[in-house]
Design a protein around this ligand. Sequence first.
Ligand SMILES: [Zn+2]
Length: 303
Amino acid sequence: MNALLDAALGYAARGIPVYPVHWPHRTKGGASVGCSCRHGAACDRSAKHPLVRHGVNDATTDPAQLEHWWRRWPHANLGLATGIVFDALDVDSPAGLAPLRQLAQAAGLRLPGPVVRTGGGGWHYWFAPTGLGNRPPHGLAHVDWRGIGGCVLAPPSRHASGGTYRWLVGLDAAPLPEVPATLRALLDPDQLTTTQPTGPARPIAPGHPYGRRVLADELAALGRATPGHRNHTLNQTAFKVYRYVASGLLGDQEVTLAFTTAALAIGLDPAEVGRTLASARTAGLANPRGVPAGSTPTKGDGV
Ligand SMILES: [Zn+2]
């Protein structure tokens, strides 16, 4: 039995459309490895481009079609359509992992789901689909998002460099996680710009009206920070707000998301934002603050 076909049928059984991709092919005499296409060693997308005319648009979950393809091309790599059963965070090299790790320090961002080590020295983190298309996360170099209309190669495909795609954390070991809010903010920065200082702040639920007002005020202060003072202002304003998270007036995730979005919008570096928010959060959570006596509640908020 062909391990590639086996894997293709396995993905299809999970509802993931599969299509055949060129594979690394030893050139005549075996001196070097090239692409299985007619360009051989000169191919510039070696072992990564589709064998079928419409690429990912030809992907299918039909077992008969998959058997037909892998009978015809038994060595074909496996291309999977993203955006349907899963999305993937595509980290192309260790250079892409470093800023992601720094960002992860904010709000305990974890990438807990299935992970593929790619044959080319990168990583694919699988998530539940977001409904977003392909795009690079805001401010993260060497990282891409594969969503609707996108594709990734999957184990046990082989890379032109000789490496094999393999599971570090398999599909059965972990359910597909939702995208953490901090990462989602980098993928879809426009979605939350309504929490920005201009105009009435969109209510962030759950949250106490007093906490929401503090959050809006501090986000406004952050928006007014001048270059050179922005990181310091982020630290100060986030610290104040996390104190209300500690007393239960605001949600941890909501606050982190709002500050991440606002800080990126004023041009702070994502890794710096991650570090600063992590520190402000630790300090704020250790110093809870409640609604001060004599504060005027907003009409209709029932407090
Ligand atoms: Zn080729």
